[in-house]
Design a protein around this ligand. Structure first.
Ligand code: ZN
Ligand code: ZN
Length: 346
């Protein structure tokens, strides 16, 4: 099969021909029909993920067709159209046993703990518990775009954030995760404030349902949000993963507001100083959100099928496998609007 392979961190990947994968006993092989290109792939390529062993194939936002099934897998057959959470739970550990597969202690992550979907085929472990059947009306490209950013936002807003209609929700950072959060919170009846440094991203956030936009280059974010909301947001998300957006997200909350950390904090940003004085005095709640378990997908897929959520509106460029190399390596310098998806692999 063809695959995008890197031999060293930070060295340009190449399109190579490598052996087709075989399914493990607990796994399947998918023909990849669509694969998102995500900033986490870029972090991995830069050598910031200790799970990655070289040489490596990135890609964790996956939609595809089952073409081979392991001996121990009973629920899935060749021809099934599926996607999966980028954190796939083992099904055996205490977290998985209690339904919290997104924080499994022995997780399988395609594109990190194993070769991913920048390839014609991908082998997936733990298929029985983690594959999600696609509704007939959901195309592969849209399904792939749910993989990490949209599903992660859904859990952050709906499950961890417990958003309610009429609440003020602040979203700090309007990349893929942030714009998804804007759409989801708006669809659930919240009043959304989008924060970013890019005017084009704020325009996009407004199109997707943000009632208020705040350019953090031009005004003090916390003051602006506390003013427009009459005391602070009920729920706020750091959708970027940066010391400044994290602190702003906590400080813009009203009394007993909820902060959800959904943007990954990596490398030098991994341990930001936090305004814990405000957490105590205003009794703020702080949550993390890390992917979303397969069993939680039906609620999200139902809202997509009904048209309430339109993840297809977040899709940007469609790429060939070869074009994905430039998309990956240019991720720090070229700020693409929307979710880039590979949809041609031959
Ligand atoms: Zn991702
Ligand atoms: Zn587990």
């Amino acid at each position: 099969m063809k695959a995008v392979v890197y031999e060293q961190f930070g060295l340009r990947p190449e399109l190579q021909t490598v052996p087709d994968p075989l399914p493990e006993a607990d796994g399947v092989v998918l023909r990849v029909e669509a694969s998102g290109v995500c900033r986490s792939d870029w972090h991995g390529w830069m050598g910031r993920d200790p799970d990655i062993q070289l040489p490596h194939v990135p890609g964790h936002e996956i939609a595809g067709t089952v073409v081979a099934v392991g001996a121990g897998v009973t629920r899935w057959r060749e021809g099934d159209r599926v996607t999966l959470p980028f954190v796939s739970g083992c099904g055996r550990c205490p977290e998985c046993q209690s339904g919290q597969q997104q924080v499994c202690r022995d997780q399988f992550q395609p594109g990190f703990t194993a070769w991913g979907s920048f390839a014609e085929y991908v082998a997936l472990r733990y298929a029985e518990q983690n594959l999600v059947r696609l509704p007939d009306g959901l195309d592969f490209v849209t399904a792939a775009s749910l993989g990490c950013r949209f599903a992660t936002s859904f859990r952050a807003v709906v499950q961890q954030g417990r958003v309610r209609g009429g609440e003020w929700v602040a979203v700090h950072g309007c990349g893929g995760v942030g714009l998804s959060a804007v759409m989801i919170a708006h669809a659930l009846g919240a009043r959304v404030i989008a924060v970013d440094i890019g005017a084009d991203k704020l325009t996009r956030a407004a199109e997707l349902g943000a009632e208020v936009t705040v350019n953090s280059r031009e005004v003090d974010v916390v003051t602006a949000i506390r003013e427009v909301t009459g005391g602070g947001a009920h729920l706020s998300l750091d959708a970027l993963g940066h010391a400044q957006t994290c602190a702003d997200s906590i400080l813009c909350l009203r009394t007993q507001g909820r902060h959800v950390q959904v943007g990954l904090l990596v490398a030098e940003h991994s341990r930001p100083p936090l305004p814990m004085d405000a957490v105590i005095s205003r009794e703020l709640e702080i949550y993390g959100s890390h992917g979303m378990a397969a069993h939680a997908y039906p609620e999200m897929l139902g809202m997509i099928e009904s048209g309430l959520l339109r993840p297809d509106r977040l899709i940007g460029a469609r790429l060939t496998l070869e074009e994905a190399i430039d998309a990956l390596t240019g991720m720090d310098s070229f700020n693409a609007l929307g979710v880039q998806v590979i949809d041609r692999f031959a």
